[in-house]
Design a protein around this ligand. Structure first.
Ligand SMILES: *Cc1c(COP(=O)(O)O)cnc(C)c1O
Length: 368
């Protein structure tokens, strides 16, 4: 732990391994056969993690995760019907904003940030309104750390014959994503969260059949997944400059995921991190916002103590001096902060953090 290079207890970019960092020390020619092979390998590995068969394509895209979400909506959200967006946090609301900007017709089914949607109500809305052609959902709502019931959502949406568009940004790589079971039309994720790569590349996993019928639908050139996919499958090359180093890092990160034992093993490690964190923080007097059954082991929101000694900025700075970077809160209700449990960290890292947090709490109480 060092103040110069802190452990990032954040939802991403997050703490990566030395191997992932070292993978970025080489320059790759974007049209060189070695890079084309690396790119093909990474795409194949992502498809394997998602349990995709040949009917799905993995379309990588330059940029952060939001680029992939916007590309998914631009290319695949219907133009001859509406998309129902399930919102219970700022990432769901961001999809609404994307639909609004793109002029894509949509409805919003919003519930409070610490609650999940009522599946009976979702089923009713779909049954009563044939104009809804797609449903957009967020897997882990990173705003709070809430786990949305993606399989249950999929069951309702697929049964009703609608397309499911998923933002699994902070879930993919750890939370279960199996295309055969979730039967999503499209799912967006990025390199720098549970995959533990570097930021700069994202991707959308979607049905080839849907890509085939979406030619020209995206009003944006750079966010056009159909065009990106068609050109990449023609000659194996990216349309525009690929983030070569970031893709090399993602390749190393996925190799590590496979060596760890895949998504299931990673979910176990994150769950151990999360359990250690919640137990230890409760011992220090902090209260998690979400009940355990709605908490994803990705990032945990805590209430700020209402006592005079507590001030988030001081708490953050003193932890930062001890080599840990935590995260500000993002929930509408305010008075919360977040601590991430993902990245190249384990329960020992969390235990070391808790020792630091204990010191900081004592210091702040004393100083008051
Ligand atoms: C991180 C995240 C995104 C994308 O955010 P970027 O800052 O664009 O990488 C989208 N949705 C969710 C749920 C996220 O956690």
């Amino acid at each position: 732990m060092s103040a110069e290079e802190p452990i990032l207890l954040t939802p991403g970019p997050l703490t990566t391994s030395m191997r992932v960092k070292q993978a970025m020390l080489r320059d790759w020619g974007s049209r060189d056969e070695a890079f084309v092979a690396l790119n093909r390998h990474v795409i194949g590995q992502i498809a394997r993690i998602a349990g995709c068969d040949e009917s799905y394509a993995v379309v990588p895209l330059q940029g952060s995760g939001t680029y992939a979400v916007e590309a998914m909506i631009a290319t695949l959200a219907p133009t001859d019907g509406r998309t129902l967006v399930l919102a219970n946090g700022s990432y769901g609301r961001r999809i609404v904003e994307i639909c609004r900007r793109l002029g894509r017709n949509h409805d919003v089914y919003e519930v409070p940030e610490d609650e999940t949607h009522d599946m009976a109500e979702l089923g009713r809305r779909l049954a009563e309104d044939p104009g809804i052609r797609a449903v957009a959902a967020v897997h882990c709502e990173t705003t709070s750390g809430l786990l949305n019931p993606l399989q249950a959502i999929s069951d309702v949406v697929v049964k009703a014959g609608r397309a499911l568009l998923v933002d699994s940004m902070s879930g993919f790589g750890a939370l279960p994503v199996d295309a055969g079971q979730l039967r999503f039309a499209a799912l967006a994720a990025s390199a720098n969260k549970c995959l533990q790569g570097a930021p700069g590349v994202a991707f959308v996993i979607c049905r080839k059949a849907d890509l085939a019928t979406s030619k020209g639908r995206s009003p944006s050139l750079v966010l056009d997944l159909e065009d990106q996919h068609r050109q990449m499958t023609t000659d194996g090359q990216w349309r525009y400059t690929p983030p070569t180093h970031v893709i090399a890092a993602l390749g190393a990160a996925i190799d590590e995921l496979v060596e760890e034992g895949g998504s299931e093993a990673r979910l176990r490690r994150y769950t151990a991190n999360c359990d250690t964190l919640i137990t230890g923080m409760q011992e220090l007097g902090f209260r998690p916002v979400l009940p355990r059954e709605r908490q994803a082991p990705v990032i945990v929101s805590f209430f700020e103590p209402q006592d005079a000694w507590f001030d988030f900025t001081t708490f953050y700075d003193l932890l930062r001096q001890r080599g840990f970077a935590i995260y500000a809160g993002k929930m509408k209700q305010g008075g919360t902060f977040r601590i991430g449990t993902i990245g190249a960290i384990d329960p020992q890292t969390i235990a070391a953090f808790l020792v630091a947090a204990g010191d900081v709490v004592s210091e702040m109480r004393r100083g008051h």
